[in-house]
Each structure stands twice: as structure tokens, then as C-alpha cells.
Design a protein. Sequence first.
Length: 135
Amino acid sequence: LPDFWAWHGERRNNQITRRFRDLFEVDDADAISERLRDFWYVTTTEHLDEDIPHVLEFIGVPSEWTGGGDSEGDVDDVEADDSGHIAPAAPASDRRIDLTDELRERVYEVHPKDLRLHKLALKRRASRRERFGWD
């Protein structure tokens, strides 16, 4: 495996902020934060497994629903005999590095705008989970 910092050094700073800026067609982090407040639910990838069942229930998707592909796992070929089950796209990945306090601090120094968005998402997530009784 490549050294984390060698890999990380090839990435642009604040990539998530840049992605949202382009997606929302806004100029700064404040505008991104305002746009995210318009969404009824905001979460982070590390909480998806915990949040998705609640989100699906909230929008009326049955808990036993597993996707829209057919029994062969081919999402593009949906025919009348399809089971509604979908094969996983890829096996779960193994953790390659442990996020230590030192590593976290250093990443936050390099990506302060992304850290700000992450904190906003965690705050919005906690607020909505409390509002909907998901805790």
C-alpha cells in the first residue's frame, strides 16, 4: 500500500467543498452551508448504514426492499420476472489505515472547509434524528 501522505498529497485541498460549490453553482462555503440547510436530511458516509433504514421508512420504501435489479443482479435488464433483489456492486472494503488523533488533526489542517461542512452535516444529522425520533 502506498504511504497515506503520498496518496493524500496528490489530492486537492477541500475536495468536498469544491464538489458542492460546483454542484450548487455557488462561490463559497457559506453559500454551500445555506444550501445544505434546505435539505430535509443531511448525513455523512460514516453514518449511512445507521441512517438509511430510517430514511427509507420515512419516504415509504418497504424495509425488505433491496434494490431494483433482477435476480441475476443485472440492474439494466428489468423484466416482469424480476425478484427486486440486487447483487452488491462490490465486496465491502477493508480498512487500510486507522484514523488516529494525529492523522485527523493533520487532515483537518489541510481541509478546513471540508471539516466545516462535515461538522455542519453531523449537527444537521443529530438535529433531524432527534426531531424524527431516530435515536
